[in-house]
Design a protein around this ligand. Structure first.
Ligand SMILES: NC(=O)c1ccc[n+]([C@@H]2O[C@H](COP(=O)([O-])OP(=O)(O)OC[C@H]3O[C@@H](n4cnc5c(N)ncnc54)[C@H](OP(=O)(O)O)[C@@H]3O)[C@@H](O)[C@H]2O)c1
Length: 287
């Protein structure tokens, strides 16, 4: 299939490289100056053109610009006649639905969304990790789903169908699964450092790896340990007092996550109502 990419950023470039390896023809890509350099490295010989020319060249047009730019870019491509019937337009955002591609539908193009459930800080990482990842496919009809599933498999990913209306919730789940893990790691690194732990990143690595291994082996509820699950109210109080002194901006996050942990503990780990009440009592004083 002739594939073009509007927005040869991290994801667009990596998808183009992988689709090229799978036998598709990457006919054109577009983007800003950084994308031009990226394309020269990863997609040598592929024409680097403006978005309209890129869109005109592809039977499948991947729109891999930032989420807020997808709607305006699609409207621009549709308005300038760069999209039309017999063509497919595919965005790769997790949070947006097919609505963002409405202008493409209005001019007769098919539309779909193919979101790799993975995190890509750079193109190399995306090339390594798209294969083996899951990919959420949303389309208007069976033909669109079949195309999305084919793209996913050609990328080496495992497709699953996601209802259009569920995409923002699905993406919020991905934020918890990935971004928030990194956010909590950053906070932990800062606090370990403040506590005088030498080389905090190395020191916390076995702990973090074991936590993820336990989630995989046991599921999150059974993997959860710590003071909230045990109902150790005084330990939580000590933690909070230390946070207030050293990093007061983290107190709110600690309290809210502790609440979620308590819910899990009561539901699954059979924490008694009495112990829960003791922890809740502490948390209410730190809200
Ligand atoms: N990164 C991830 O972990 C990840 C994972 C799954 C899905 N996604 C999705 O992939 C899509 C692209 O994300 P990315 O991480 O690949 O972004 P990125 O690396 O920043 O690339 C974005 C591309 O769009 C261009 N661009 C930037 N602002 C634009 C604008 N206002 N109008 C038109 N083009 C613009 C950029 O050009 P220049 O940089 O050359 O200026 C670049 O070609 C998003 O929908 C995102 O939700 C990302």
């Amino acid at each position: 299939m002739n594939v073009s990419v509007v927005g040869a950023g991290r994801v667009g470039t990596a998808m183009a490289v992988l689709l090229g390896r799978a036998g598709h023809a990457i006919v054109a890509v577009s983007g800003g100056d950084a994308s031009r350099e990226r394309a020269a490295v990863f997609l040598p010989g592929v024409p680097f053109v403006g978005p309209e020319d890129a869109a005109r060249a592809g039977e499948l047009v991947l729109i891999a610009v930032p989420d807020d730019a997808i709607g305006p870019m699609t409207a621009r491509l549709a308005a300038t006649g760069a999209l039309g019937s017999g063509r497919w337009v595919d965005h790769v955002s997790g949070a947006l639905g097919l609505d963002a591609l409405a202008p493409a539908l209005a001019v007769g193009a098919g539309r779909l969304a193919t979101h790799p459930l993975q995190t890509f800080p750079d193109v190399e990482g995306a090339l390594d990790r798209i294969p083996g990842s899951f990919m959420a496919i949303t389309a208007d009809d069976g033909q669109g789903y079949a195309l999305g599933e084919r793209i996913a498999r050609d990328l080496g990913a495992e497709p699953f169908r996601l209802e259009d209306g569920h995409r923002p919730l699905y993406h919020a789940a991905a934020v918890f699964a990935s971004n928030d893990l990194i956010v909590t790691a950053a906070v932990a690194e800062q606090l370990f450092r403040a506590a005088g732990v030498p080389d905090p990143r190395r020191a916390m690595q076995p702990l973090q790896r074991a936590s993820l291994d336990n989630v995989e082996r046991l599921g999150p509820a059974e993997a959860l340990t710590g003071p909230a699950v045990r109902g150790d109210a005084s330990t939580i109080e000590r933690n909070l007092a230390a946070l207030k002194a050293a990093a007061p901006e983290t107190v709110g996050a600690y309290v809210e996550l502790c609440r979620v942990a308590l819910d899990i503990a009561v539901r699954v780990r059979h924490l008694s109502e009495e112990r829960r009440a003791a922890v809740e009592d502490v948390l209410s004083r730190w809200r």
